[in-house]
Design a protein around this ligand. Structure first.
Ligand code: DC
Length: 222
């Protein structure tokens, strides 16, 4: 199939629960799921590992051109190798936004993301799904939660993985990431026009999934 399909665009700040919720909703509604944060994480991880600093220039262009990123049904290939946990470390949390702010990085990932919207109904989550990547999305959702709730959730996730981090460190990284993601000039994080805002502070995962599924299925059935 190569026609434009039904797209649900979910945006919001770091730690609002986008990936967890979007994945579950996609499963529930039998839609495909696109985690665009993973694409930015993989590219940033690769550039950082090759000691390419986060600034535009011929070095950056050449480095980006030499990286291959491929989306699998349930994962991501970076230069032919599957990546997972290594792109979700506190180190990548702290460097990813400075690479994601670069127009050349965003340009590299734009067509890869749009291609995914052509092959059957899709739930895509990120920062610029409703504003830039899928401006004609059938439904747009802006997922939020307070800084403190987002930091607590991320702390639990990192501790479960055995990472040695404090609440203060996680809160600071989240706030800094929000600042860079919202203040960058290319595709900044903001609520798309017409997006429905859902705050997950007081919602359990099940309640949040139900809320999103209801918004998306209503629009799908419309
Ligand atoms: O959703 P996440 O935390 O995995 O995203 C990691 C970083 O990637 C985030 O700090 C900003 C960037 N990002 C972006 O700029 N645009 C997207 N569509 C997705 C992520």
């Amino acid at each position: 199939m190569n026609c434009v399909s039904f797209v649900a665009a979910i945006d919001g700040p770091a730690g609002a629960g986008k990936s967890t919720l979007a994945r579950k909703v996609a499963n529930l509604l039998r839609m495909r799921y696109l985690d665009t944060g993973a694409l930015y994480r993989a590219l940033a991880f690769s550039l950082y590992s090759s000691q390419v600093s986060p600034e535009e220039g011929p070095g950056m262009e050449a480095a980006i051109a030499g990286i291959s990123v491929e989306i699998l049904e349930n994962g991501l290939l970076l230069n032919g190798k599957e990546v997972g946990k290594e792109i979700r470390s506190p180190l990548v949390d702290s460097i990813v936004s400075s690479y994601a702010a670069l127009p050349s990085v965003r340009k590299r990932l734009l067509s890869i993301q749009r291609e995914q919207g052509k092959h059957g109904s899709l739930v895509a989550d990120g920062r610029d799904m409703g504003t830039v990547v899928f401006p004609d999305a059938d439904v747009k959702i802006f997922l939020t939660a307070s800084d403190e709730v987002r930091a607590k959730r991320r702390l639990l996730e990192l501790r479960e993985r055995g990472e040695d981090v404090t609440y203060e460190e996680v809160l600071q990284t989240i706030r800094e990431r929000d600042r860079v993601d919202s203040e960058r000039s290319t595709a900044p994080l903001r609520k798309a026009e017409g997006a429905i805002e859902v705050n997950t502070d007081a919602l359990s995962i099940e309640e949040a999934v139900a809320a999103l599924a209801s918004i998306i299925s209503k629009r799908k059935g419309a």
